[in-house]
Design a binder for this molecule. Structure first.
Ligand code: HPA
Ligand code: ZN
Length: 346
């Protein structure tokens, strides 16, 4: 019964580990911020904005994603973006979130780094107080820009290091392998940041990029990364190191032809630390619980499997062991109080 399953999934305590703050810009907020900043938008209704969401791959998504950000100009704009997301995440049973932000998408158009991170940080503090949700920031470098610009951004971030838990790598992967940023990630690790990195779905050289991320960079997590199923040796390496995968089924169905449910559930069955996340929920129309439900309905997952995905989200998160054990106990209590509901493959 999908509606009961929806309720189960919404109530399931979970962490979200693959979420781009700039990907949470809903059309309504975009209009509000455009008005606030005196910006004329080409679209005039929410429907017109959604009509531009005609994605068939990562590149066509990014062509819509970056121009939309120009409505973000002052610290209160960044605050409102993060606060609205945290409110929605809380309503979907998310207890803890580690959120990507793309400072270069803002500093590159003249918005100071401090304005961006100051706005985000004040929303995190407010949401913690109002909803009890905890949140951390992961600084992502844009991989289609130079390694020198990434290094300069890392240095610009150092005064704010207490507000940033880790660094990541996103944007257009074509021709921009992990190795391009080896020195930046090495410096970031030495500065005390945890490391993650996008290895997007079905890219040119996906498997080689995953190999570089695991062997040459030594990432703690991989964002997407499900093309690893093509190489058993790398699967074994990821398993032996406890490297987590932050999968985003609904996003996958927008930037490729499928959710990649077989790859995601296959890795889960092999015992890898697979998690489910929303990526850019305003653009793909699905927040965290919606992604669990979509995968469950598509792959016929039971509540046991969904609970395992939620446990993995805390195991893969960068919280303390004490907090992690607390969340795992909450999941056990939640599952014990809920009858088993089997999903119907869709
Ligand atoms: N991949 C690469 N860059 C991105 C993504 C993604 O999933 N979302 C936002 N920027
Ligand atoms: Zn992403």
């Amino acid at each position: 019964m999908p509606s009961d399953l929806a309720e189960f999934v919404r109530g399931l305590p979970k962490a979200e580990l693959h979420l781009h703050l700039e990907g949470t810009l809903e059309p309504e907020l975009k209009f509000r911020l455009a008005r606030r900043n005196g910006i004329e938008l080409p679209e005039h209704t929410v429907e017109e904005v959604r009509q531009t969401y005609d994605f068939h791959d990562l590149t066509s998504f990014l062509q819509v994603y970056y121009p939309a950000m120009r409505v973000l100009q002052q610290a209160p704009d960044f605050h409102d973006l993060a606060y609205e997301y945290l409110r929605r995440a809380h309503a979907q049973g998310v207890r803890h979130v580690e959120m990507f932000f793309d400072p270069q998408a803002h500093t590159g158009r003249g918005v100071p780094f401090g304005t961006v991170i100051g706005g985000y940080r004040s929303a995190i503090v407010r949401a913690r107080r109002e909803f009890g949700i905890s949140a951390e920031l992961i600084l992502c470098f844009l991989r289609d820009y130079s390694a020198e610009y990434a290094m300069a951004t890392l240095l610009e971030a150092l005064p704010y290091r207490d507000w940033i838990i880790g660094v990541g790598l996103d944007s257009d992967e074509r021709g921009n392998p992990p190795s391009k940023f080896a020195a930046v990630f090495d410096r970031a690790r030495r500065e005390g940041f945890l490391l993650t990195m996008h290895c997007d779905i079905d890219q040119q050289n996906s498997v080689e990029h995953i190999r570089q991320a695991l062997e040459d960079i030594g990432v703690d997590r991989l964002d997407h990364g499900t093309n690893i199923v093509e190489d058993d040796r790398l699967v074994e390496l990821a398993e032996s190191r406890g490297v987590a995968f932050t999968c985003c089924p609904v996003s996958n169905s927008f930037v490729t032809t499928q959710m990649k449910a077989a790859e995601i559930t296959g890795l889960l069955e092999r015992g890898l630390l697979v998690t489910v996340n929303s990526d850019d929920p305003a653009y793909f129309g699905a927040y965290a619980a919606d992604n669990y439900l979509a995968l469950a309905e598509h792959a016929g997952l039971t509540t046991d499997r969904l609970a395992e995905l939620a446990r993995n989200s805390f195991r893969a998160s960068w919280i303390t062991e004490t907090r992690r054990d607390g969340y795992l106990a909450e999941i056990d209590a939640y599952v014990a109080g809920t009858a088993r509901i089997d999903s119907v493959p869709g």
